[in-house]
Design a protein around this ligand. Sequence first.
Ligand code: HEC
Length: 105
Amino acid sequence: MHKRPSAIRFIALFALAGLVVGLAAGCGGSAAPATSAPSQPSPADGAALLQERCSSCHSLSKATNEAHTQAEWEQIVSTMIGKGAILTDSEKDVLVEYLAANHGK
Ligand code: HEC
């Protein structure tokens, strides 16, 4: 007769404790890494730009066959824009950073 209410209290207490611990862990854990690199362009954007904008005239492997320094990539991407590649200034920056990081020397 008296078993059920006490069991529910027991479970409720556990649920409450779990909630408090979960909230504390959730807040502390997510705040720290999120602030690490706010101004860094996402590598996924660079990869997407490379695929979308650099594969229409020649293969992607032609574009990334050789490693170049960031300054060289800047030159190459500018040359490709001169040939007709479509990139805004900020897209160009993201792409050059991506190329230098992933196909740099
Ligand atoms: C409007 C057409 C066009 C687009 C878009 C384009 N390219 Fe090119 N690319 C060329 C041509 C033309 C050449 C030289 C002829 C060849 O080798 O096929 C070339 C050659 C290259 C080369 C070889 C180096 C050289 O001087 O031969 C690299 C590296 C390159 N492109 C990178 C890129 C990158 C990175 C992008 C994206 C920003 C890009 N290309 C987009 C037309 C284009």
